[in-house]
Design a protein around this ligand. Structure first.
Ligand SMILES: Cc1cc2nc3c(=O)[nH]c(=O)nc-3n(C[C@H](O)[C@H](O)[C@H](O)COP(=O)(O)OP(=O)(O)OC[C@H]3O[C@@H](n4cnc5c(N)ncnc54)[C@H](O)[C@@H]3O)c2cc1C
Length: 369
């Protein structure tokens, strides 16, 4: 068994780490305050090829394997978890439906543009259908040459900037078998982009609501065939959850680094708090939990890269990594004492950012079903 990284992986990840430290970290506080990604940074991310990470080279992408991609998301999340989820949603649930289920025509039309940085998003959740996605009510009515989509989608990550929206809607009867998936362009008549949510955390990433009012989508933009929309969405989420697991690992890395550093600097009772066993235990337990969760994420990525069944392991990895990162963020704030409750310290942001990882791409409870 080899737990090491290949030389090309190490080099790639080091490049991402340097980029994250040099270009993202200095902007984190500003983006958190303003609730939007810095536009110059967005351009840089595009130019550096981050929007093509998982796309095959034949479509103009980088063609990374899942494990290396996960390590990249981890490095990005260590700097800014909002930037990481923007890139992750685009490279997984926003594009995978086309890559896996789309016709050659759809792939050739959309994947090269997405890999170049035209942002993709994934629209499943509705006001009345979250965990129970199979009960969604958006509908797609068949008309000459295409479909008319009507309904409301919420929490659409990347929607503020996205050019493309993977939308699930009902073409058949009740239940999950009545759903189909479509690729909808931003300029489609009848598609309205709502305001950005004012979120607790991940503030450099946007999430919007989307109203479809008889939005026309041509026949060729049906992904796969009618009736497989639920399968398309669930299979995209299987892969997406590996990205969220690595995102959690990155936040946990940042929490542990910050807590260890602070514990050496902060003196109380005449010595650094790091000399107190209570603090050492929090750090040691955190490091152990982080290593355990990391192994599970690596296993899920490995299974996917081997072409083996990975859905269950991805769910376990998402559950383990996100719950672990929540605990580490809590300990990091605790180790910072009152300063951890101040926006002057990054752990305050990590604590807010990490919370939603147990909710999106399937809540912790749903991972256990
Ligand atoms: C910042 C953010 C970004 C998001 N991005 C996207 C996106 O890009 N695209 C998208 O489609 N969606 C997105 N979502 C939506 C997200 O996936 C949903 O919020 C999530 O699936 C939960 O749905 P819900 O909020 O309706 O909660 P509900 O489904 O109403 O759940 C409420 C509670 O009940 C529990 N629960 C529900 N059913 C069960 C059950 N059977 N057993 C046990 N417990 C249960 C849940 O675990 C939860 O604790 C995003 C959400 C957020 C907050």
């Amino acid at each position: 068994m080899d737990f090491g990284l290949r030389e090309d992986q190490e080099l790639f990840v080091k490049g991402v780490r340097d980029f994250a430290r040099g270009e993202i970290v200095p902007l984190c506080q500003k983006m958190d305050r303003e609730g939007i990604i810095d536009s110059a940074l967005l351009d840089q991310i595009r130019q550096q090829g981050f929007f093509g990470l998982t796309f095959p080279e034949s479509y103009g992408g980088v063609g990374l394997d899942t494990h290396t991609y996960g390590l990249v998301i981890r490095e990005l999340a260590r700097a800014d978890a909002g930037v990481a989820i923007m890139i992750s949603v685009h490279n997984s649930v926003g594009s995978y439906p086309i890559l896996k289920f789309g016709s050659e025509e759809l792939k050739n039309k959309y994947l090269p543009q997405m890999a170049q940085g035209k942002l993709a998003s994934f629209c499943v959740t509705e006001p009345g259908a979250g965990s129970d996605a199979g009960s969604m009510s958006a509908r797609a009515e068949k008309v000459d040459g295409g479909y008319l989509l009507t309904g409301e989608k919420i929490w659409v990550t990347n929607g503020h900037f996205a050019e493309y929206f993977v939308v699930t809607a009902r073409t058949g009867g009740a239940g999950s078998k009545g759903l189909s998936a479509f690729i909808v362009e931003r300029e489609s008549e009848g598609l309205q982009i709502g305001a950005k949510e004012d979120k607790m955390g991940l503030r450099s990433s946007d999430a919007i609501s989307l109203v479809l009012d008889n939005a026309f989508v041509p026949d060729e933009n049906l992904i796969g065939e009618e009736g497989i929309g639920f399968k398309v969405a669930m299979s995209a989420l299987d892969g997406g959850r590996i990205g969220v697991a690595y995102q959690a690992l990155g936040i946990a890395d940042a929490c542990l680094d910050a807590a260890a550093r602070y514990s050496l600097e902060r003196e109380q009772f005449g010595k650094p708090i790091a000399r107190q066993q209570a603090i050492q235990w929090m750090l040691a337990e955190g490091a152990t939990e982080l290593s355990m969760a990391s192994l599970l994420a690596d296993k899920a990525a490995w299974l996917k890269d081997q072409g083996k069944s990975f859905g269950q392991t991805a769910a376990m990895a998402k559950l383990a990594c996100t719950e672990m990162a929540g605990r580490l963020a809590d300990s990091a704030v605790q180790i910072h004492g009152g300063y951890g409750y101040s926006k002057d310290y990054a752990v305050e942001r990590y604590y807010r950012d990490v919370r939603v990882l147990r909710i999106y791409e399937g809540t912790s409870e749903i991972q256990k079903l």
